[in-house]
Write a protein that binds this ligand. Structure first.
Ligand SMILES: CC(C)(COP(=O)(O)OP(=O)(O)OC[C@H]1O[C@@H](n2cnc3c(N)ncnc32)[C@H](O)[C@@H]1OP(=O)(O)O)[C@@H](O)C(=O)NCCC(=O)NCCS
Length: 178
């Protein structure tokens, strides 16, 4: 099983390149993660640079799964920093490289994100994912509650508008609501 680490310092050039490849691989496999066509290397590098800048500002957590120094997957938590939302975060961009799927890495990344969220006092996680996607199966299995569906939410790599399913999970349901 790959090792999962939180990225808190600028990553090595090698890891940065693998994050670029991970994003390109996911979109090439028709994942709905913001792009309708595979981002070129420059665009993907810009994306990860912005993610890492947000990590540096304390607005976002990034976790990567590495297997023998190869990046097998990643997940992010966008931290809500509004005064009234500091107990929650949004799970984003759970990506597992196509060569590493169905080995429990996606679930392990989510578990690690939840552990870190709890440690930071984030007790409510929200997310959305394309209706009927593999990721939706994963979130359901992980105990996320279905809220509803937004039709025509995102354009797919095939050019059609697809619905998204909204989910939430309370990490510490017994905790007092601040
Ligand atoms: C969704 C994704 C992250 C799953 O990663 P993974 O490492 O393969 O998932 P896991 O092996 O941890 O699987 C966990 C559970 O998810 C479900 N699941 C994963 N892949 C599945 C598949 N192809 N079909 C059905 N269910 C699947 C299963 O319930 C699985 O549990 P099980 O193996 O005990 O049956 C991966 O397919 C991916 O990167 N997809 C493209 C990117 C994407 O769409 N991300 C979501 C953005 S919101």
């Amino acid at each position: 099983m790959p090792t999962i680490n939180e990225v808190t310092v600028p990553p090595s050039l090698e890891l940065f390149s693998e994050l670029v490849e991970l994003l390109q691989d996911s979109v090439a496999g028709h994942a709905s993660v913001g792009w309708t066509t595979v981002p070129d290397t420059r665009e993907a590098r810009n994306y990860w640079t912005e993610v890492l800048e947000a990590v540096g500002r304390g607005e976002r957590l990034l976790f990567v799964a590495t297997d023998n120094h190869v990046c097998a997957g990643a997940i992010q938590l966008a931290l809500v920093n509004k005064q009234n939302g500091r107990h929650r975060g949004e799970v984003q961009k759970l990506l597992v490289h196509s060569q590493y799927r169905r080995r429990g890495i996606g679930r392990a990344l989510l578990t690690e994100l939840e552990r870190a969220a709890t440690a930071r006092g984030r007790t409510l996680l929200v997310l959305d994912t394309i209706t009927g996607s593999t990721a939706e199966q994963l979130y359901r299995r992980a105990g996320y509650h279905f809220v509803g569906t937004v039709p025509g939410y995102a354009r797919s790599t095939h050019g059609v508008l697809e619905a998204t399913a909204v989910y939430y999970r309370e990490l510490a349901a017994d905790a007092p609501r601040r």
